[in-house]
Design a binder for this molecule. Sequence first.
Ligand code: HEM
Length: 270
Amino acid sequence: MTPLPLHPSVLTDPAYVVPAVPDAPLGGVAWLRASVVRFSRDEAHRRRRRLAVAELARIDPADLRRQAASGAGGPVEILARALGLPSDSDCDADTDARTDTPTVTDIAADVATVARCYQPHMPVTDAADRAVDRLVRACGGIPDEATANRIGLLVQACDATKALAANLLSGRTDPPVPRTRRVGPDGILVEVDLAETFFGLGPHACPGRPHAIALAAGQAAATTRKAGAGVGAERLCPYEASDTTTAAAVVVRDGDTDVPGGSPVSPPAT
Ligand code: HEM
C-alpha cells in the first residue's frame, strides 16, 4: 500500500531534505538538476536561491499578467521574453540579424520537453538532453549556475502555471502541484501533501508565486475572452495562500488587461 503523503509542516523541518542529485558534467538534464536551486541543499541552495530571486525581482508580475491577458503567448513564452530571451548574444553583431536564433515558441517547446524529465525520479530522454543544450544557447551559451537557474525558472513555471490557469477557468481549487518529495531523517523518500499550501513552505517555498498567479490569471482571462464571455463576466476563484490560515482569491475578468498581478481581492469564507 502506498503510504499517505506527509503534512506540509515537514517542509520547514531541517531533518527533511530535498532528494539528492549527483554531480554531473556540463550539459543535459543531469547537469541542469545538479545546478538548480530546486534540488540543492545548504550553501549551494542559498546561493542559487539568491540568483533565482534576483532574476524574478526584475520582473513585474503586473506586466506578466497584462501580457498573458492580451494573448501574447503561454506562461513560458511570456516569462522567457521577460527574462530577455532569446539572449542578445545570439545576434550577429555586424548585421544585427538573428543567427539561427530560437523563437520564444521554440524555447517553450524545449522547456516542456525538459519539464517531463526534470524531477530526479523521472527517466531522462535524449530529446530532453538536447533541449537543455539548446536552452543554454538561447540563454547566451555559457553553461554556468546563472544560466541553469534561469532555465530552472522556466521549467518550474511550465506545467504548474498552466495547471493553475486551467483550475481558475474551471473553478477548481485543487493544488496545481499536488505533492512534492523529501528524504526523511531515516533516509527514506517521502511524499508531502501540497493541498493546503500550493506554493510550498520553508526554504524551498516557491519564489515565483506572484509571477505564477499573475501569469495564470492573465492566461485565464485571455481564454475567457476568446471563448466570448460577456464583458464583466467574472470568476472569483479562491486558492490557498502560502500558509494554511490565510486564503486569497484572484479575479479573472473578461477583458482583464490591467489588474495588478495576483492581488488578493477578497478572502473566501473559511
Ligand atoms: C501555479 C504555479 C506554481 C506552483 C503551484 C508552484 C509551486 C511550487 C512549489 C510547491 C515549490 C516548492 C517545491 C518543494 O519545496 O519541494 C516551488 C518551487 C519553486 N518554484 Fe514554483 N510554482 C509555480 C510557478 C512558478 C513560477 C512561475 C516560477 C518562476 C517564475 C517558479 C519558480 C520556482 C522555483 C525556482 C522553485 C525552487 C525554489 C527552491 O528550491 O528554493 N514557480 N514551486
